[in-house]
Design a protein around this ligand. Structure first.
Ligand code: ADP
Ligand code: CA
Length: 415
């Protein structure tokens, strides 16, 4: 009998973060890579057998048709995406081709922050107070309790997320977020852009990676995400496992499992962001039904626990046999992602000190994203991250020390 390799459709992928291609190759599967037609065709990538351009954000019907044509010619066995704005499309395409995937409702439950909040509230889960504003609507001063966070209903990458401490700043922030909705986010939100106002949860932030299977949610990792106070929320560090006691870890895991299921993520990976308040009560901020950070979450899970997150998710998407997961996942190492801070704005030149960091034994990978000469805008706009430094350490303290070294020794140079 012919041993035909399974083929997985990957919809959009930041090619500078190639974990998905590398792990697919190691798993012995092939990929049909559906990339955004606004980008150039990929050069050779591991495991990629076919590359197909899709007008994902300019002509969705055409994109669906192209994908269907490709399927008829060279069928694939599953669909996956790690790119937030492509989730709805992946779900639609899967339904059309009768391939198992989370429903469009579930995707929308996660992507629309107002819907996420409503569902959490209905299920009695911890949620900050929230309201959705209509265009031009400015809420009454008397009804508000500061600090508040203003955000786009369907945003991502912290674009347009602004903390405000008083009414004057609130009015200004609301205007700014509408502007970001119409401009930067416009093509990704298909007219679904609203503005949300919610109370600011003041306490440390955590990122949690989960995998659901048959309605059972396994927590693979709980990591520290710092304690950013705003007013803008540029991504910073990610260290897993988090430096917290077992009781808090358990409370976080329980709340996360409830939220993931309440939103309908009964299958597949999820990336959850959560903050605790001064009473250590966990509040989920956001849930994404995918592997986080275009594959960074895979690195974090694998380098801390040894579990191959991407391979598990790909096996699941392809309906391949799954290895059994323990009830309580243990970590052997500490994994870190250091997001090189923008340290300003202007015309990007280079990152000083990066060659030395590359040679250190803790450094597993370095990814750089910004080409010299690129114009960088200040937050709350989002021009991309200068780079990620992925590391592995014996314990949490070592990772913190390493990050302190990076704080001191890396500098972004603008022209
Ligand atoms: P995005 O989808 O753009 O990532 P999020 O809702 O996840 O938007 O917000 C981005 C970041 O802003 C969060 O990771 C968190 O640090 C901060 N943030 C958002 N909402 C709140 C809130 N209600 N309280 C405290 N911090 C918040
Ligand atoms: Ca987020």
């Amino acid at each position: 009998m012919l041993n035909v390799k399974k083929n997985l459709a990957v919809v959009c992928q930041n090619r500078k973060l190639p974990f998905i291609f590398e792990e697919a190759e190691k798993l012995g599967i092939e990929i049909t890579f559906f990339y955004n037609s606004e980008e150039c065709a990929p050069a050779s990538l591991p495991a990629v057998k076919y590359s197909v351009a899709l007008p994902l954000f300019s002509d969705e019907d055409e994109a669906l048709k192209t994908m269907e044509d490709q399927y008829k010619l060279h069928p694939f066995d599953g669909i996956i995406t790690l790119f937030e704005p492509a989730l709805n499309f992946a779900s639609k395409a899967a339904r059309k081709l009768k391939i198992p995937y989370l429903s469009e409702n579930v995707i929308e439950n996660c992507r629309n922050k107002n819907l996420t909040r409503r569902i959490m509230h209905e299920h009695g889960l911890n949620t900050p107070t929230f309201i959705e504003l209509r265009e031009e609507e400015i809420p009454e001063k008397a009804s508000l309790k500061f600090p508040l966070v203003v955000k786009p209903t369907n945003g991502f990458s912290s674009q347009g997320i602004i903390r405000v401490d008083d009414y004057e700043n609130l009015v200004e922030a609301i205007k700014k977020v509408w502007e970001i909705n119409h401009k930067e986010l416009g093509k990704f939100v298909y007219g679904k852009g609203g503005v949300i106002l919610e109370s600011f949860i003041d306490g440390p932030e955590f990122a949690i990676e989960t995998l659901s299977s048959n309605g059972v949610v396994t927590v693979l990792s709980v990591g520290d995400k710092g304690d950013c106070k705003g007013p803008y929320f540029e991504e910073g560090i990610y260290i897993s496992p988090a430096n917290i006691d077992n009781e808090l870890r358990q409370n976080i895991c329980d709340e996360v499992r409830r939220v993931v299921l309440a939103l309908g993520i009964t299958e597949g990976p999820a990336h959850v962001e959560l903050r605790i308040d001064s009473n250590k009560k966990p509040y989920v901020i956001e849930v994404a039904p995918r592997i986080g950070g275009s594959g960074i979450s895979h690195f974090i899970v694998k380098a801390s626990t040894g579990i191959n997150f991407l391979q598990l998710a790909m096996r699941q998407a392809l309906n391949m046999p799954q290895p059994e997961l323990p009830d309580h996942v243990l970590s052997q190492h500490t994994a870190g992602n250091y997001i090189i801070p923008l340290q300003g704005d202007g015309i990007f030149k280079e990152i000083e000190g990066i060659t030395e960091v590359n040679e250190m034994k803790e450094t597993k990978r370095i990814f750089q994203f910004i080409e010299p000469g690129t114009k960088i805008l200040p937050y709350p706009h989002f021009s991309g991250y200068p780079g990620f430094i992925l590391t592995q350490h014996d314990n949490h303290q070592e990772c913190v020390k390493f990050h302190e070294y990076l704080d001191k020794n890396l500098s972004v140079v603008y022209q």
